[in-house]
Design a binder for this molecule. Structure first.
Ligand code: 1CP
Length: 353
């Protein structure tokens, strides 16, 4: 990785190297809360946006220019992997994603195609190349994928779920089949993330949005094990890996996954997590996304609490504890980012503890 980045704060924080101030980006920063995103979205449906590199690149760059975050994240979705495997994906207005034929048995599974990202997800790789050119070294670019377990939940349920009954039935009644499918998905995720790195992303994030619905032993068996496989097999040249496992609070286990950074949700105290994980990993997070509904003064108070909780020294990437909500005022997101930029250097003047 011999790239000249004008702002490499996030990469330094991932490696716990000294920084002048805390870096900040926002999960789901390219999205519906931005009027500029909605304008592009009016011209094309969601999947067309993902599959048209010029449109994907345009919305990827919006939060850099409008909000001023310290990294871009490639505009896409975790569900492009199952779509590339042959699952028909419908995005119904206001209802979220929906797979018409979910995977419920061995025959459904056998019909899935093995992916090769260089061909079946080429549109994402092309968007990455385009964004890299347009960023021209201003900030790093983050690539991403869903974790094997989180992808399995959508592939089996077909859409977002409350009780996850179908995927739970699968792991309790047919654990061998579940493992076979997870193995297959983990290979796809490894291939896809390696291709993103090859195309120029500077770091990657694995979203395990639904890891937290599992019991501790099942989390280890059906989620963490496959995340670790992916991280181990990833073809990388120094590019850090961030792991976001929402609602999963065994931080020692997460810190042993092989990830460089653990992204924590807002239901824990990030300073406590730092004590538990020690020098093993850097941390990302963890402002409650709903804080961005509040006025500037409350945003300031709550943001300062998170900064103070992490405390002095490098290894903190400021973020929300989950994605930005679609009805947040972009002014509030900009206020948050400016606040971090102007007020976090005090946490980087002391000797690291
Ligand atoms: O109508 C629209 O414009 C589509 C809304 C939308 C957007 C903007 C969806 C549908 N996906 C996205 C983009 C997206 N998805 C990004 C863009 C990059 C950025 O962060 O700026 C990313 C990283 C994702 C990842 C993603 N998709 C996750 C993991 C992160 C998380 O928030 O937990 C998940 C679970 C999905 C599935 C998905 N895609 C879209 C929706 C509405 C959902 C959630 C479905 C559900 O569970 O109900």
């Amino acid at each position: 990785m011999t790239e000249n980045l004008q702002n490499d704060l996030i990469l330094r924080a991932c490696n716990k190297l000294p920084v002048e101030r805390t870096p900040v980006w926002i999960m789901r920063q390219a999205g519906r809360y931005l009027p500029e995103y909605r304008k592009v979205r009016k011209k094309a449906d969601f999947l067309t946006m993902c599959k048209t590199p010029e449109l994907a690149a345009e919305v990827t760059l919006q939060p850099i220019e409008i909000i001023g975050v310290d990294a871009a994240i490639i505009f896409s979705d975790i569900l492009v992997i199952p779509e590339a495997m042959g699952m028909e994906l419908q995005m119904l207005e206001g209802q979220g994603p929906n797979f018409l034929n979910p995977i419920r048995n061995k025959t459904d599974f056998r019909n899935l195609k093995k992916i090769d990202a260089e061909s079946s997800l080429k549109y994402v790789l092309d968007a990455i190349s385009l964004v890299k050119r347009e960023l021209n070294g201003r900030v790093p670019l983050i690539g991403f994928s869903g974790s094997p377990w989180t992808l399995l939940t959508y592939m089996v349920e077909g859409k977002g779920s409350k009780n996850f009954s179908n995927v739970k039935k699968l792991i309790f009644n047919e654990p061998e089949l579940a493992h076979e499918i997870l193995d297959f998905i983990a290979d796809a995720v490894t291939n896809y993330l390696s291709a993103q790195i090859e195309s120029g992303v500077n770091l990657v994030q694995i979203f395990d949005t639904w890891g937290g619905i599992l019991s501790p032993s099942h989390f280890e068996e059906f989620s963490l094990r496959y995340i670790s496989h992916v991280i181990q097999k990833l073809k990388r040249d120094g590019q850090p890996v961030i792991l976001f496992a929402k609602g999963m609070h065994d931080f020692v286990k997460l810190a042993n996954s092989g990830a460089d950074v653990i992204s924590v949700d807002w239901t824990v105290n990030i300073g406590e997590v730092r004590k538990i994980t020690g020098s093993k990993v850097a941390l990302q997070g963890n402002l409650d996304p709903a804080v961005l509904y509040a006025n500037f003064s409350t945003i300031e108070t709550e943001t300062e609490k998170v900064l103070r909780s992490y405390g002095y020294g490098s290894g903190h990437i400021f973020n929300l504890g989950h994605g930005i909500l679609p009805d947040v005022n972009p002014e509030n997101a900009k206020f948050l980012v400016d606040y971090i930029k102007n007020n976090s250097s005090k946490y980087h003047k002391e000797i690291e503890i």
